[in-house]
Design a protein around this ligand. Sequence first.
Ligand code: RM4
Ligand code: MN
Ligand code: MN
Length: 393
Amino acid sequence: MDVSKLFSLLDDFKIETPSWGYADTGTRFGKFIQPAAAATIEEKLADAGLVNKLTGACPTVAVHVLWDFKPGSNPADIAKLAEKYGVKIGSINPNFFEEQIYKFGASTSSDPLAREEATNQVLRSIEIAQQTNSKALSFWFSDGTNYPGQDDIVSRKRRLEAALKSWHDASSDDLTLLVEYKPFEPAFYETDIADWGMAYLYAKKAGPRAKVLVDTGHHLQGCNIEQIVAWLIDEDMLGGFHFNDRKFADDDLTLGSIDPYAVFRIFHEIRTAAEWHGKDVSKIAYMIDQSHNLKPKMEAMIQSVTTAQELYAKAILVDRDKLRIAQSERNIVDAEETLKTAFSTDVKPLLAQWRTERGLPADPLAAYRASGYLEEITAARGPKKNMSGSSYA
Ligand code: RM4
Ligand code: MN
Ligand code: MN
């Protein structure tokens, strides 16, 4: 095993955490409030800062325009706040799903006012990106229809194509546009970007800086996600990931909590693309998109990051020389065993060593628990909250 190669790949493996992962979230049935959860952008950045400090792997924070950049707030000030907590602003996520005007869709709507509102929000997001030095806009559209005949599918497609193209033209050369897909929810009959093929076409038509974002929870049961990943990398169209796990639908559970082997197989395709096919995988954006409704937020975030590191390390350890030979001999059992051997390797001691050599705590979760931070923020934030309801002052 080449430990120095493993360690240098781990050095480059950065995972963006989402501001919304530190805040109270819920289901469509309700919200359970946690006294320690962050309510303001400063609190979210402080929490993200500590996760970065403990893991050494999360230097950027994804932000949601509507939730984090309240009217009147100055994006440059928020960038400074991030700096104060040792992080930077990462991908900018406009919100196309909460305003009343988006009832029939944002950029796919037949209502020109809805389309205009969406464009205004994207133009504001482009400005925010400039002021915060962010390099990515991340688009997820809840657009779709609930009933057959509700709207013309092709007209909706063309409206979104035109919007994405105009936003690509309006953005600076250093900005990546990420196009996320999802098969259903909140639209239940037809979703305007339902799968990776649609996201690919939208991105291709928008321009060279538009790429596909794979949210691991956004696939129908049984879908071979690693195949999608392999194809997108080979076509230079993989922009990045939203990491989470799922059992039934878009559950937003902790990465690897349900099917860690599936995540390992995704990482295996990424390493194979780099090592066998000469692909540059260094620009892939790894982001967490999870909503920890029941778990303590910060523990869940640290758990997600360390799980991603472990599964990535296992994928690095795949003996690809052996795998190549087994494949060329059409020896299926040996080929599969190279994957299973790597997957079952205990990489925790290696990761502990990687961390200690970098001055990080060997066990970030234990270090977090021992830090007293939870007690501190519970005392500071808890009293601000209305613990019996879904809102807080
Ligand atoms: C969607 C999707 C987006 C996220 C929203 C809130 O299901 O995953 O990335 O921003 O939820
Ligand atoms: Mn997502
Ligand atoms: Mn989702």
